[in-house]
Ligand binder design. Sequence first.
Ligand code: SAM
Length: 284
Amino acid sequence: MFKFNFSRQDSDESNVEKTEEKSNRNWLECIEVLRDTNEDTVIQDIFANCEVNTLQCSDINIEYFATVDVLNIFRTSDNESIKKLSVMCADESHSDLQESVYEGGMKIWECTFDLINYLVEDKVPLEGRHVLDLGCGAGLIGLLCLRSGCSCTFQDYNVEVLKYVTMSNVQLNDEEYCKKCKFYSGDWNSFTDYTRTNEKYDYIFTSETIYNSSNYSKLHNVFNSLLKPDGVIYVAAKSYYFGVGGSISLFEDYIVKENKFKSSVCWSNSDGVNRKILKITFAL
Ligand SMILES: C[S@@+](CC[C@H](N)C(=O)[O-])C[C@H]1O[C@@H](n2cnc3c(N)ncnc32)[C@H](O)[C@@H]1O
């Protein structure tokens, strides 16, 4: 295993492990994750002991558990199945990502906040829309959508992220939300196959998911299969992911090459690590 810095600017806190051999990866199959609150003592522990943060977005408040507290519950658990979680393997080697094992959803990445600010400040119409929070992690973008009157599907690679973080956050904001949301874990290709007969989405929101260029065809497949013809995709990302090689420009080139969508930069920052938001719609 080689360990690379995920982003040069964030090098002290963000690491990714990649093996030299990129083929023969066993990507996890998609499953629909269902809520099992009463049985699970870890979930009870999260509700009893994790700090609750509040994100104020204009007149909407989003509440969410501190992911570091959830991770600490995992770290100190004597439950064997918790010790074996994929996120714990990454945690032991101080990695934020381990390709095809753990894809980073336990941490809230900064472009999530860029996209939330953009949606609120630009007054992107959300009410009544059907949205997909793709690679959702803690699910803050989906929570903004729920609070704004959307129906929402949450997708994350790792089942433990959905079960312990995303669903807990959804429940924390409103018990009723859990009933009208769907949650899917597993790889994007498998997710597309599993859900392609479901209703398509008005919006697909995705933050910090383009770091691995070998997954661009999967992302494109999700977009092409699950977006309504007049739907819109917003991709929030850093301009370049040091050590892993993905970048906004590589992703834009991929979109152009496939010739299905058109994309434009609708937001970029002016300080710190360069970050952007792409707005993508079908080309025709
Ligand atoms: C760096 S995390 C970003 C999490 C969250 N969007 C944020 O901004 O805080 C990348 C996310 O993309 C998802 N992801 C990455 N590769 C994936 C794949 N091949 N299939 C499914 N999900 C994937 C992971 O579940 C993970 O939550």
